[in-house]
Design a protein around this ligand. Structure first.
Ligand code: PLP
Length: 410
């Protein structure tokens, strides 16, 4: 008799984006003449820069000739891409060697799969609010108990990040073995300072814990002096691994390419108490379950680091961050308390005290015809907040801000 993995039955329904979609469709059906502006989902809208598309085309032509055709490549990624990534880290003040990099088809998969190489009895800590992938994949694996009425899972450690602590994740009170940190943060738009990351690295070292650092938005860091990689912090190579992605930084959400860095020094204990390097475990996992990103897409990813490709990618980020500024300043003028949007493409706003995040969602949809994301969808500490994404076309962003200012000021 086949039986299911019953841990899946603990999962709270994949509620957030389907529920948003349902409410928007219902409103649109009832108001067919209304033009709804969507600043909800975090997806890029600008086309890929031409030098990056040219790299795909050139590589596709290589695949058409027997002299240059390629079959399976190295599961970890082609050397030309690993070298380009390592050079980029050096330019950011972090030491990463090419053979510590594992190229993949997404940071979502990597953040989801990394938990496999850790013991099932690991205690996992996440921030609240949080990118839901970290939580759900540990629920699926069986590292948590059931969820309570707030949607919080037993055995998970939640670290509240709110305006009260400047969205800076507090260290856990008790035991935690694995900690997911995301900076710049989705959804709050906050960036962890060098001092904050150094505090986490010291904590992890003291407790023999591992930091799983999601740097998917590193390219959006604008203010000088803020870290883009946890490996800029002395000692981090012994306690942290890092996820990065070309999705938001270079518009690859539909193209698919990302990578994870596992330093050779990074170790955890086995059942006998001996130290084991995580690099070897992840290499075994990656080469067993994954057969590499397609050659043309790895060429496209490498082109992101060429002078022309980088200029194109940076121009797109500049465009998005100008949107972020317009949203941030426009909402502030409308009386809202706003966070983020300076070093991240997300604006995290406080909803008026009389409303829940979902009530605000409904009012914003009905009165301004603008779609955002209720903060409570990212965790119970997200209640009272609302996320607007700066990924969008300028004219839509400008109109959305104007509508909020005139139709639904704070
Ligand atoms: C978008 C995003 C990613 C990137 O996911 P991909 O699978 O590489 O597209 C990773 N982490 C966070 C927090 C994100 O928002």
């Amino acid at each position: 008799m086949a039986k299911i993995n019953t841990h899946y039955q603990k999962l709270q329904a994949g509620y957030l984006f389907p529920e948003i979609g349902k409410r928007v469709r219902a409103y649109a059906a009832a108001h067919p003449a209304t033009r709804i502006i969507r600043l909800g989902i975090g997806d890029v809208v600008l086309p890929l820069p031409a030098p990056i598309v040219d790299a795909i085309k050139t590589a596709a032509d290589e695949m058409a000739r027997k002299e240059t055709f390629r079959g399976y490549g190295p599961e970890q990624g082609y050397e030309f891409l690993l070298d380009a990534i390592a050079a980029n880290y050096r330019s950011q003040g972090a030491q990463v060697s090419p053979d510590e990099i594992f190229v993949s088809d997404g940071a979502k998969c990597d953040t989801a799969n990394m938990q496999e190489i850790f013991s099932l009895d690991s205690v996992v800590a996440v921030t609240d609010p949080v990118y839901p992938v970290y939580v759900d994949t540990n629920v699926m694996a069986g590292r948590t108990g059931p969820a309570d009425s707030d949607g919080r899972y037993q055995r998970l450690v939640y670290l509240p990040t709110t305006a009260a602590n400047d969205f800076d994740p507090p260290l856990p009170d008790g035991r935690a073995d694995l900690v997911y940190l995301c900076s710049p943060n989705n959804p709050t738009g906050a960036v962890m300072s060098r001092a904050s990351l150094a505090r986490w690295v010291a904590w992890a070292k003291q407790h023999e814990a591992i930091i799983l650092f999601d740097a998917a938005y590193e390219a959006f860091v604008r203010e000088p002096g803020l870290p883009r990689s946890i490996f800029e912090i002395p000692g981090a190579r012994e306690v942290a691994l890092e996820f990065r992605s070309f999705s938001k930084t270079a518009g690859f959400t539909g193209t698919r390419c990302a990578f994870t860095v596992i330093p050779k020094e990074l170790k955890a204990r086995d059942d006998s108490g001996a130290w084991v390097a995580l690099h070897g475990l992840w290499n075994r996992r990656h080469t067993t379950k994954f057969n590499g990103v397609s050659y043309p897409i790895q060429r496209a990813a490498a082109a992101v680091f060429s002078p022309e490709g980088a200029a194109g990618a940076h121009a797109n980020i500049d465009y998005t961050m100008e949107n972020a500024r317009l949203i941030r300043e426009g909402l502030a003028r409308a009386g809202y308390r706003v966070f983020g949007g300076v070093n991240a493409p997300y604006i995290w706003m406080q909803v008026p005290a009389s409303m829940t995040s979902w009530q605000y969602f409904d009012r914003l949809l009905a009165e301004a015809n603008v779609v955002g994301t209720p903060g409570s969808g990212f965790g119970s500490c997200g209640e009272g907040y609302f996320r607007l994404s700066a990924f969008g076309f300028r004219e839509n962003v400008e109109e959305a801000v104007e509508r909020i200012r005139t139709k639904l000021p704070a």
